[in-house]
Design a protein around this ligand. Structure first.
Ligand code: ADP
Ligand code: MG
Ligand code: ZN
Length: 486
């Protein structure tokens, strides 16, 4: 055990999915266009143009603030953050300095870690995204710039230094991603660069926090975790050798799996922030906070609690549903369509069946088609019907699996399909008797084994019967018949 304990604070950027960019009316779909076609004089920073604030972007920020239990500032404003970089056409970025839209808040990540953990949030502010530099596109060392992304609304959420492991940092990042998706304010897709992390990491042996290094632009959860772990190790080695950690900005090399120095504190930018003169300061009163609050859906943690209480769910089963809102809506709708049983256990049994067939069969089939649950031809009512048929032993599980495929293709009612195609489970002994006798005769070895007390032989015989019945035989009835007739 190292005597040093790590501390981590995260700055998370996420692109907001408004219809248009934050200060002009270019569509906000940068990624889908040819480079430099989704631009206008405003987002290219031409002289003489004026930014006009997209109200929706502020409303999204307010929703984020409410969702994390933060405070919406009475007054907030925009500031210019000045620095020169080729992806920034104006030579400054419009951001927020001392009066962000949201201050404070917290995120509970206990459910992801399995232990109590609340991470405090310092602030959330709104800024504009920069363009994108493309290096070595033509196989040489030239760099191209694409301004399509310039001016896309970007939220930056800054945590307090409250995390103490890479695992906690990743859990926090995942929970925020989920909340942004629930709120419908960002797709927060890391692969498409819609969510990015800067990780501040320090280690300390005492009460005082150590000197931190900031690792910029981590664009996957694995990069986030690996970079933090690398940095903890690097800093520990420095201190153990009697050295001193420099306060600096570092980059992450995903191929070498190492952090690299970018600039030291001495080289740190002086951004010369000053209030953006082209945008008026704003007040909370200018926004209908209560309306926005009502638009916030049930958030992941509340849903976890309710799913545990109402459906007895936990662990992975629960998380599959929480991570996929369409799937959990489908699940709840189907559950509400079930017929109420006298006994609580019988209801729970059916809910389990729904969950199993949803998370294995239907989910797999939909994924193969590139669809989500809201696009399924199977309605929750029909799915509930199917579950009633399985629970009532009207059909076998093998038939059920086939039925789901058919229902997905046709959108038909399962009872209709079963009736029209004679797929119902055959349970009556009289109907199965002749087949059982024939199979015993055709398979004398297995029959002898069964007779001699080798119980496993019955599985082979049931398999034979199922094959000729196309899965429609009731296995319990078959088992009994084989034993009785051998
Ligand atoms: P800056 O604006 O220079 O990046 P901030 O004080 O706003 O600095 O902090 C940025 C991030 O660094 C925050 O997420 C904060 O929690 C984190 N942080 C600050 N001090 C430390 C520290 N000693 N160790 C780890 N993280 C830290
Ligand atoms: Mg910073
Ligand atoms: Zn524009």
């Amino acid at each position: 055990m190292s005597k040093y304990f790590p501390t981590i604070g995260l700055e998370i950027h996420a692109e907001l999915k408004t219809k248009t960019k934050v200060f002009c009316d270019c569509p906000n779909d940068a990624g889908e266009k040819k480079p430099n076609t989704n631009v206008c004089p405003v987002c290219l920073g031409h002289p003489g143009v004026l930014p006009v604030l997209n109200k929706k972007a502020v409303e999204f920020m307010i929703k984020i603030g409410l969702a994390i239990g933060g405070e919406i500032n009475e007054n907030f404003k925009f500031d210019r953050k000045n620095y020169f970089y080729p992806d920034l056409p104006k030579g400054y970025q419009i951001s927020q300095f001392d009066l962000p839209i949201v201050k404070g808040g917290s995120l509970n990540i206990s459910s992801r870690l399995g232990s109590e953990k609340v991470v405090k949030i310092n602030r959330v502010h709104l800024e504009e995204d920069a363009g994108k530099l493309v290096h070595g596109e033509k196989g040489d060392d030239s760099t191209y710039v694409d301004f399509n992304r310039g001016g896309v609304p970007l939220m930056e959420l800054v945590s307090e230094p409250d995390m103490h492991s890479a695992e906690e940092a990743a859990a926090y990042g995942r929970e925020l991603q989920l909340i942004l998706r629930y709120l419908g304010v960002s797709e927060a897709d890391l692969e498409r660069g819609q969510m990015r992390f800067d990780a501040n990491v320090s280690i300390s042996a005492g009460k005082e926090l150590g000197t931190r290094a900031e690792i910029k632009n981590l664009n996957s959860f694995s990069a986030l975790e690996n970079a933090i772990n690398y940095e903890i190790k690097r800093q520990t080695e420095i201190l153990e050798e009697g050295g001193k950690v420099d306060q600096e900005t570092r980059g992450w090399d995903d191929i070498k799996q190492k952090t690299m120095p970018q600039r030291s504190k001495e080289q740190a930018h002086d951004y010369r922030y000053f209030p953006e003169p082209d945008l008026p300061p704003l007040t909370k009163e200018g926004f209908d906070i209560e309306k926005l609050r009502l638009e916030i859906p049930e958030l992941p943690n509340a849903k976890r609690k309710r799913f545990a209480e109402e459906y007895g769910l936990s662990g992975d089963q629960m998380n599959i549903l929480i991570e996929n809102r369409e799937m959990s809506n489908f699940f709840e709708y189907a559950v509400s369509e079930l017929e109420e049983e006298e006994q609580k256990e019988a209801n729970m049994e059916k809910i389990k069946l729904i969950l199993n067939y949803l998370s294995s069969d239907l989910r797999g089939l939909l994924m193969a088609k590139g669809m989500n649950f809201d696009q399924s031809k199977i309605t929750p009512e029909n799915f509930a019907d199917l579950i009633e048929m399985i629970a009532g032993k009207e059909i076998s599980s093998r038939v059920a699996k086939d039925l789901i495929i058919r229902m997905l293709d046709t959108g038909s009612d399962p009872r209709e399909i079963v009736k029209n195609e004679g797929l119902g489970q055959i349970s009556d002994e009289a109907g199965l008797h002749d087949l059982v006798v024939k199979i015993l005769k055709d398979n004398p070895k297995a029959a002898a084994d069964l007779k001699g007390g080798k119980d496993q032989a019955v599985m082979f015989l049931i398999g034979k019967a199922m094959a000729s019945l196309k899965g429609r035989g009731n296995p319990e009835t078959l088992k009994k018949l084989f034993k009785d007739n051998v």
